[in-house]
Design a protein around this ligand. Structure first.
Ligand code: SF4
Length: 316
């Protein structure tokens, strides 16, 4: 029986490190003045969006269209309807159903941001014995520092995404994750006592800890000395949303050089080293499915460039 209890946070601390950009800026977002406003604002995108870390999903969404990610943060009201689309809801339900196949969900009331991270760490610790036994687990939390930015794991499949999971996971089990990476990026206090429900849950799953720092030390020791095997195969499984049947699988080759160079490129945007890019002309078909197509300045400038080129060619 591979069943474990996976804790989920309730309470008001769980999303406090990811405020929406519209809560951060004194000037309300405006469809027409995006790039001028960005230039006037001296902060790098991570600070401007009030983020302390990136999710793996953020990085892989950039691979689709970086400009779309920026609009999604600056103008969430335009994209909100998409999140209500039934197909998206069906995907989330399917994820949950598959997660419930391997563990029960236990709600935990959290009292601090350290508690929220403690719950993630307890889930990770509970999965280590299964990893040691070579069994499979679902929704394993992985995190670490890539290109100087803290990156945390989330759902959804993609070549880049699964490759980043492998990179982060293997750094964690090889002792390359540093305690300071979490505490400094997220401004968490190691001496913070854990909340009562987190303590009860920790005790239930076999750990005696008092503070967030105790749990961090325990996690790093367990990860480093548990002799967990490296990820030798990465597979993406595609499921039919109506009945959850598997419709195909794809083995993803791990190309370390490619993943690292993609990461360097994507992270340079978040660190404010370059402007956001929209899609290239050969991928303009993506704009047909984009909520921001009507207001997208990148698309507009590319289409003006193409018109000018055509005129120049015709006048030759
Ligand atoms: Fe990206 Fe095209 Fe959407 Fe602009 S319209 S954000 S370039 S997908």
């Amino acid at each position: 029986d591979q069943g474990t209890a996976k804790a989920t946070c309730s309470g008001n601390e769980q999303s406090s490190s990811r405020p929406n950009v519209s809560e951060q800026e004194s000037e309300p977002p405006n469809e027409g003045n995006g790039s001028k406003r960005r230039k006037r604002d001296g902060r790098i995108p991570l600070e401007r969006f009030g983020w302390k870390y990136l999710s793996v999903t953020n990085l892989s969404q950039q691979a689709w269209c970086e400009q779309q990610v920026v609009y999604g943060m600056e103008l969430p009201h335009i994209q909100q309807l998409r999140e209500e689309v039934p197909v998206v809801r069906a995907g989330s339900c399917l994820h949950l159903a598959r997660e419930l196949e391997v563990h029960d969900i236990v709600p935990i009331n959290v009292e601090s941001r350290e508690d929220s991270w403690a719950v993630k760490i307890l889930n990770l610790l509970s999965m280590i014995p299964f990893l040691q036994a070579g069994e499979h687990v679902r929704e394993l939390p992985v995190f670490g520092e890539l290109e100087g930015i803290l990156v945390v794991a989330q759902k959804k499949s993609h070549h880049l995404q699964v490759s980043i999971y492998k990179l982060l996971f293997e750094a964690m089990i090889k002792g390359q994750l540093n305690k300071d990476v979490l505490t400094q990026h997220l401004h968490l206090q190691t001496e913070q006592p854990l909340g009562s429900e987190v303590l009860v849950h920790a005790h239930k799953v076999g750990f005696t800890v008092n503070t967030f720092g105790d749990l961090l030390d325990l996690m790093l020791l367990n990860l480093t000395y548990a002799e967990i095997l490296d990820v030798d195969t990465m597979t993406i499984e595609y499921c039919h949303q109506a009945d959850a049947s598997v419709i195909g699988t794809e083995v993803v080759p791990f190309e370390e050089e490619w993943v690292k160079s993609e990461l360097k490129h994507y992270c340079s945007f978040w660190k404010g080293q370059r402007e956001a890019k929209g899609v290239d002309i050969e991928e303009a078909w993506k704009c047909r499915y984009c909520d921001f197509a009507d207001i997208c300045q990148w698309r507009q400038s590319k289409s003006e460039e193409a018109t000018q080129k055509n005129r120049a060619n015709q006048s030759k």
